[in-house]
Design a protein around this ligand. Structure first.
Ligand code: ADP
Ligand code: ASP
Ligand code: MG
Length: 406
């Protein structure tokens, strides 16, 4: 008898017909004698809609209340999924994240899991139940509801698989697995049989929303091998696991495009020690994640000034603006310009460690497409560029064709 954690994403539970499909799949697995824990997301569109409602009340709602609101999405699905199993005569019990023993820190809307005490889950499984757990949520030690960042049901599944020492962790979604690029943008993208944690981590962090990046980080840390596959067919998916030797033979594993980035430029910041520290300390204190940073060369000789640009997630823009506006008196920049029309295009592969000429080929491909590069950042296994958003998909297709074929 195996213990299996299966996670079903928003589209897979998008309507009652899909929820019945999930129940049928789970029932089949249980009939084979396995214990099944099912992690569910909110039905597709529900979380977005709740965010929209909150913003109709006020632009920057208190984050604690956002979490109370957003956690309801997954709670709807968990109860409906339990009912769908009951309709098939399968005993099933649904649990909120808190009831499942998921404890987090208090950083509302982006909480990190501290620990999981899955005693109740074990007890209910041992009594013969399928256990349905609401994804994306937990609670603080003081009992406040928290959520784990967008796409956080992936993290619930992987963290539960680790805590339960599950034999198998399967992430069911609306595509057959992890592709060389988002198949909705690049029709020639190919499904990967396997991918290393590090590559998946980079792709996820750079816009391939098929997996939440924090969940991959967690899987790597605790050595949870998992499979990404479709809830709509029985095709084998993609195995995400520790890097193996042969993986380095492939230079570029995948291409991703993050359309969810924004850029802030502080114009004419005084070029003197401590200014960057003040700006990025203030952003960090507000729990804002800054990604790329570029500082131009100094201009002016009397009191030299420089332009300072950085990128961050688009949903954080309003909050970041408030922090930056609050620094105006202290930092004395001339103006702050926000730009939401950027995209971040990246190529990722562990093979880059041992191959040369990759950046040159990427930049040449972009030049041939007439795409201007505004910012560049690299690591051992990735190259990212910031470009105009409206050129993003064209650039992605061209770069995919250059490295992965068309
Ligand atoms: P779920 O609701 O199941 O969590 P998501 O919408 O979060 O599903 O993630 C699945 C989507 O991720 C796919 O529909 C696909 O468009 C997108 N995606 C982006 N990049 C990739 C990629 N490299 N491989 C597969 N899917 C990708
Ligand atoms: N419902 C949440 C979201 O849309 C979490 C998830 O689906 O994983 O981000
Ligand atoms: Mg998702």
């Amino acid at each position: 008898m195996a213990l299996i954690v299966q996670k079903y994403g928003g589209t897979s539970v998008g309507n009652t017909g899909r929820i019945k499909n999930v129940a049928a799949r789970v029932a089949r697995r249980r009939a084979e004698g396995d214990q099944v824990v099912v992690v569910v997301s909110a039905m597709s569109g529900v979380t977005d809609n709740l965010i929209k409602l909150a913003r109709e009340i006020m632009p920057l709602p208190v984050e604690r209340e956002m979490d109370v609101l957003l956690a309801t999405g997954e709670q709807t699905t968990m109860a409906l999924t339990a009912m769908a199993l009951h309709a098939l005569n399968v005993p099933a019990v649904s649990l909120t994240g808190a009831q499942a023993g998921i404890l987090t820190d208090g950083v509302h809307t982006k909480a990190r899991i501290h620990n999981i005490t899955p005693k109740k889950v074990h007890d209910l499984l041992d009594q013969g139940n399928v256990v349905i757990v609401a994804g994306f949520q937990g609670q603080t030690t003081d009992g406040h509801i928290t959520t784990l960042g967008r796409g956080g049901s992936d993290l619930t599944a992987i963290a539960l698989a680790a805590a339960l020492k599950a034999d198998l962790c399967q992430i069911y979604t609306d595509v057959d697995g992890v592709y060389t690029a988002d198949p909705r943008i690049v029709p020639t993208a190919r499904k990967l049989e396997e991918i290393s944690y590090d590559e998946m981590l980079e792709l996820a962090g750079l816009g391939a929303k098929v997996m939440q990046s924090r969940s991959v980080e967690f899987a790597k840390k605790f050595g949870v091998t998992f499979e990404v596959r479709s809830s709509l067919n029985d095709n084998p998916g993609t195995i995400v696991k520790e890097e193996t030797r042969s993986m380095e033979d492939v230079v570029v594993r995948g291409v991703s495009l993050d359309k969810n980035q924004a850029k802030i430029t502080l114009v004419a910041v005084p070029d003197k020690p401590g200014v960057s520290a003040r700006v990025f300390k203030a952003l960090g204190d507000a729990n804002l994640n800054v990604d790329m940073i570029v500082q131009n060369i100094s201009h002016g000789s009397g009191s030299p000034a420089t332009d300072l640009s950085f990128t961050l997630d688009k949903p954080d823009l309003l909050k970041a603006r408030a922090v930056i506006d609050g620094l105006k008196k202290d930092v004395r920049y001339q103006e702050a310009i926000a730009d939401e029309k950027i995209g971040k295009l990246s190529i990722v592969g562990v093979g880059m460690k041992s191959h040369t000429g990759v950046a040159g080929k990427m930049f040449e491909t972009l030049a041939n497409e007439g795409v201007n590069i505004e910012m560049i950042s690299t690591s051992e296994i990735k190259i990212s560029v910031v470009i105009r958003l409206d050129k993003g998909e064209q650039a992605m297709k061209a770069v995919h064709a250059a490295f992965l074929g068309s």
